[in-house]
Design a protein around this ligand. Structure first.
Ligand code: PHE
Length: 338
């Protein structure tokens, strides 16, 4: 009949039209339902033929509905989208170098131009390389200067700890080679301090070592002077204050003229116009001997600086914790730096 022809001819790609089709034929008040109601009223003779026609009609309507529904699910609309080459691509988020990496790379570059090589060593150290070889006497209070994380503590020289400075790499280098040595040692170091804006339980250092015949304190001064001119710009002033480290004699701390307020008085330089940036000194002859180097023939200088501190002064960062929190709002600010 007419309905059968209608169903066969029906085509749509639209969801609302298909839904109207379903309601019209298959819904609870739809045609199929109506016809089945009518079926109950026909006489027993006609039931057979009428029933057969009715079942075929119902199957036709259902088959049509399912067929159209399927073409709609994976319909042309979504396929077009997939292959539309004019649509913009998805952006890839590009990261940026961490400020501590930027500073480390810059420091390494400067010293490389002066002929220094880069040396590395383990972060888990034994007592010998972190302390004893560096002229820290056993039970000496100087060991308390660096609040050490011990991994194994029992018999002095067998103690195992997280290195408190990369001076341990200097020892390894001197033990395993022959002078002259001219190297810097970048790396992470650990100290047992409460975490605050000004202290952390780990930080990063670059230490340096220069050992040869006739190395003097003026070599140390000129090398470090040149270094800060390169890093903070020409005209940066330096001053040396006497200090103490077990592994250097004499020892000094080096200050630079404040690059932030230029001496006008800021938080970083505590209104003094000077900020401390590193420790240094002439390698103690005991250290050279401990590492198998003839201290009568050779002399040397060493220095060590915290990368965080150098970065604080360069980028005016006032909270150390920012370096290890991985907050992208902080990290993104260094995007323009290569
Ligand atoms: N190792 C020292 C420290 O971590 C720094 C230093 C290195 C000082 C070399 C003098 C010479 O505090």
């Amino acid at each position: 009949n007419q309905y059968t022809a209608d169903i066969k001819a029906f085509v749509t790609a639209k969801a609302d039209e298909l839904e109207a089709f379903r309601i019209k034929y298959l819904g609870t008040k739809g045609l199929v339902k109506d016809l089945f109601e009518e079926f109950k009223t026909v006489g027993p003779e006609e039931k057979r033929t009428f029933g057969k026609v009715l079942n075929e009609f119902k199957q036709l309507a259902e088959a049509k509905y399912n067929e159209l529904k399927e073409t709609q699910d994976s319909g042309p609309k979504t396929q077009d989208l997939k292959f539309d080459l004019t649509l913009p691509g998805e952006g890839l988020a590009v990261g940026s170098r961490h400020p501590l990496s930027l500073i480390r790379i810059e420091i390494i570059d400067i010293f490389k131009r002066l002929g220094f090589v880069v040396a590395e060593g383990p972060e888990i150290e034994d007592d010998w390389h972190n302390f004893s070889a560096l002229n820290f006497p056993e039970e000496h209070p100087a060991r308390d200067m660096q609040d050490t994380f011990f991994i194994k503590k029992n018999a002095g020289r067998d103690d195992i700890a997280l290195r408190t400075h990369t001076s341990s790499v200097q020892v390894r280098m001197m033990e395993n080679g022959k002078p002259p040595f001219r190297a810097i040692m970048p790396g992470r170091v650990y100290r047992n301090e409460a975490i605050s804006a000004r202290a952390h339980c780990f930080f990063h250092q670059v230490e340096g070592l220069y050992v040869d015949e006739n190395v003097s304190f003026s070599d140390l001064k000129q090398t470090l002077y040149h270094f800060v001119q390169e890093l903070y710009g020409d005209g940066t002033q330096v001053r040396f204050r006497p200090s103490y480290f077990p592994f250097t004699e004499p020892s000094a701390e080096m200050d630079i003229s404040c690059t932030i307020c230029k001496g006008a008085g800021c938080n970083m330089c505590k209104h003094s116009g000077w900020v401390e940036i590193l420790g240094c000194g002439m390698v103690d002859p005991n250290v050279l001997e401990n590492c198998g180097i003839d201290s009568k023939k050779y002399s040397g200088f060493a220095f060590g600086m915290g990368i965080e501190r150098i970065a604080n002064l360069k980028y005016v960062i006032r909270d150390l914790r920012l370096f290890s929190e991985n907050d992208v709002r902080f990290l993104n600010q260094f995007k323009t730096e290569v």
